[in-house]
Design a binder for this molecule. Structure first.
Ligand SMILES: Cc1ncc(C[n+]2csc(CCOP(=O)(O)OP(=O)(O)O)c2C)c(N)n1
Ligand code: SF4
Length: 349
């Protein structure tokens, strides 16, 4: 008779706050198989788990579109709000001001941001609100069957053969111009780069704007599209290799100073940008404008952290808000008393 030796159950892998990665998952995706948005959801799950962020301390905000449905598929225990099309920034602003201690992750589409939502996007960027704002950019309106959005490149073609003859809006250029303090572009198919950028965005304080090219396999992945998997594989031009060292990992950063740029982020984490043949200073916005423009002229898509300014004051600092969240302040501290009101009236007489 043989004896069965039972091996002890292998311990489940947990992060620094004791949670398994499964806690960071959401519902089963109903997006098309192969949609770039699904890959971005996976990277978000990994990044928040690896950074040890408590998902109950996160607010997920979105607008309308396939991309805006994605928050249902990650960070199940987080707070969430699906706003009106293109209007997520104003709802997010209210939520951030009501509870300054939560981490806000906004998920939008190129239509939600650059078409109907462009006015709201502009004001979000110029305020430098603490938000990680991800545009899942497929150059079309996936949810309504693939019409061109405002990020579609000039000359790109719909499946029906219709050619886009309007100039695209470059959301990264716009965000840098308006004052966002962390601006990056990536590709949903580049796991390593996107993961490093997301972790650095979590460590940043202020607006972290990420434009992630995310192919729509159903309506915009054919020849003639500049947001397809094939196009991105051929034209993706990474600026640098990104090493991100979180503050809790006490690793010596090992690099040749002449070949890399190191940036310390607000929580003490380090970002090391190793040059790949580009003479590029990510803290200089003029370098960013030039490099994006030159790449565009060559038909390339420049990816990486295009601009970072960890010194910029965020909107909460500018408003001199109390440390305590407005949402939890008791009535007597929110409403001025009769004497205060009388004093104000007196000043106005
Ligand atoms: C006020 C309003 N106008 C138009 C629509 C129709 N609509 C729904 S989603 C969408 C575009 C979504 O495109 P995008 O943000 O790029 O997301 P994707 O589906 O491509 O991920 C439009 C025009 C709407 N829902 N509400
Ligand atoms: S229609 Fe396009 S954007 Fe929408 S889920 Fe399918 S592949 Fe993704």
């Amino acid at each position: 008779m043989s004896t069965v030796v039972e091996s002890p159950a292998s311990p489940k892998k947990v992060n620094r706050i004791g949670l398994e990665v499964v806690t960071y998952r959401g519902g089963k995706s109903t997006l098309c198989a192969g949609c770039g948005h699904n890959a971005i959801s996976e990277r978000i799950i990994e990044a928040f788990w690896e950074m040890g962020v408590n998902p109950a301390q996160v607010i997920k905000m979105s607008g309308i579109g396939c991309s805006s449905k994605a928050p249902a598929y990650f960070l199940g225990p987080s707070h969430g709000f699906n706003a009106v099309h293109g209007r997520m920034p104003s709802v997010a602003t209210g939520a951030i001001l009501a509870n300054r201690h939560l981490i806000t992750l906004g998920i939008s589409g190129d239509g939600d941001t650059a078409s109907i939502g462009i006015g709201q996007f502009v004001h979000l960027m110029r305020r430098n609100l603490p938000i990680i704002y991800v545009i899942e950019d497929n150059g079309c309106y996936g949810l309504t069957k693939g019409q061109f959005s405002a990020t579609a490149d000039i000359g790109s073609k719909l499946k029906t053969g219709v050619v886009n003859d309007l100039q695209p809006i470059d959301t990264c250029l716009l965000a840098i111009e308006l004052g966002a303090t962390f601006v990056a572009r990536s590709f949903s198919g580049d796991k390593k780069q996107l993961s490093g950028i997301l972790k650095a965005a979590i460590a940043h304080r202020g607006t972290a704007m990420l434009d992630v090219i995310s192919p729509c396999v159903t309506f915009n992945d054919h020849e003639g599209s500049t947001k397809s998997y094939d196009y991105m594989k051929e034209h993706d031009e990474p600026l640098h290799e990104i090493d991100f060292v979180p503050v809790f990992e006490n690793i010596e950063v090992d690099y040749d100073p002449g070949e890399a740029q190191e940036v310390q982020l607000h929580d003490g984490s380090h970002l090391v940008l190793r040059k790949i043949g580009h003479n590029y200073d990510a803290t200089d916005h003029i370098s960013a404008f030039k490099a994006i423009d030159e790449a565009r002229k060559k038909g390339e898509v420049l990816t990486g952290i295009l601009y970072v300014n960890p010194q910029g004051k965020d909107f909460i600092d500018l408003l001199h808000l109390t440390d305590e969240s407005l949402a939890t302040l008791p009535q007597e501290r929110v409403r001025p008393g009769r004497e205060v009101l009388e004093e104000i009236m007196e000043e106005q007489r």
